[in-house]
Design a protein around this ligand. Sequence first.
Ligand code: NAD
Length: 352
Amino acid sequence: MKSFVYSALPSRVVFGNGTLSQVVQEISTLGCSRALILTTPRQVAQGEKLKELVGDKAIGIYSNATMHTPTNVTDDAVGVVQKLGADIVVAVGGGSTVGLAKAIALRTDLPQIVIPTTYSGSEATAIIGQTENGLKTTQKTLKVLPEVIIYDVSLTMALPPRVTITSGLNAIAHAVEALYSKEASPITDTLAEQGILSIAKALPVIMNDSGNLDARSEALYGAWACGTCLGAVGMGLHHKLCHTLGGTFNMPHAETHTVILPHSMAYNAPYAQEAMEKVANILGVSNAAQGIFDLSKSLGAPSTLKELGMEEEELEKAADIASKNPYPNPAPLEKEKILQLLKNAYAGVRPS
Ligand code: NAD
């Protein structure tokens, strides 16, 4: 076996169906008693329910979590934290809400309990992406790693179909890039393969039966596995492109990952054959990039940047940003080839 380095992250995971009931105990175990609940405008009702459950340990709700973690929203939320004297944040929602919890922790050092309701995987990483003046930058620091993750499958049962599919493919993207990362290890390989398998198996079942408890559990477990890979190793071109499209062009996060993934895989395939073989074997196909494209299509996911609202004239600028600062990636980063990748994704061409 090749030698490797793997840094395990100190995070407590509580996984199951109905685990939300343990939130008060988890707040107490962290020595806290003044929880600010975080959520998005769309999930206020879930936030209210959580506040009721937390009872006198809840001091308020901040419900303006926003995709791509804009710093002005964080400023506002930190103001509320200070005004109310919160000693912990409890986030219920997807990556946007978890991102806000992390951004607050970065500035205040408050502990976080996060309760993910999508498959974004952010909860399992010490990474934070923040957007300021149209540019999304990421940093890695243990300060933002949530102390406790409570995965409650019941909270994902009503996740709308489009979010379910695109969020699941967002998770698969973490695992695919982990398989060809320079920092890959047998541990991340195992997690990545398990994560891809769980999600690829679960999504078609969920599409026909959205309340299928086994499939929802499998998908949520897969999200943790893929997120753990994202937190453990460096990502490549795929994530760089999606961050550029999200931060600079305000494209929706999971949908953008879904559209770009088959094309970034095709770009890297000649330089990442072992990783691609693993993905192809899991999907039972001969070509991994086409397998992901076909899976995505069969689930009814968006397949073009055009339908996500990207303007064709913006592709050049996106290719420019994504090829500017060098970062590790299996295939060399060449602006013209990246532009072609984006054109293919814009039109939704099946990768060849
Ligand atoms: P999201 O959190 O914005 O959720 C999408 C929408 O679905 C929101 O309106 C949300 O309120 C709603 N929603 C979520 N769960 C729901 C449920 N169970 N039922 C009904 N509605 C629900 O989207 P996302 O894709 O989960 O997260 C995207 C954000 O996460 C981006 O900002 C991205 O950069 C970040 N992210 C960060 C990391 C990291 O490691 N730092 C990793 C992945 C994603």
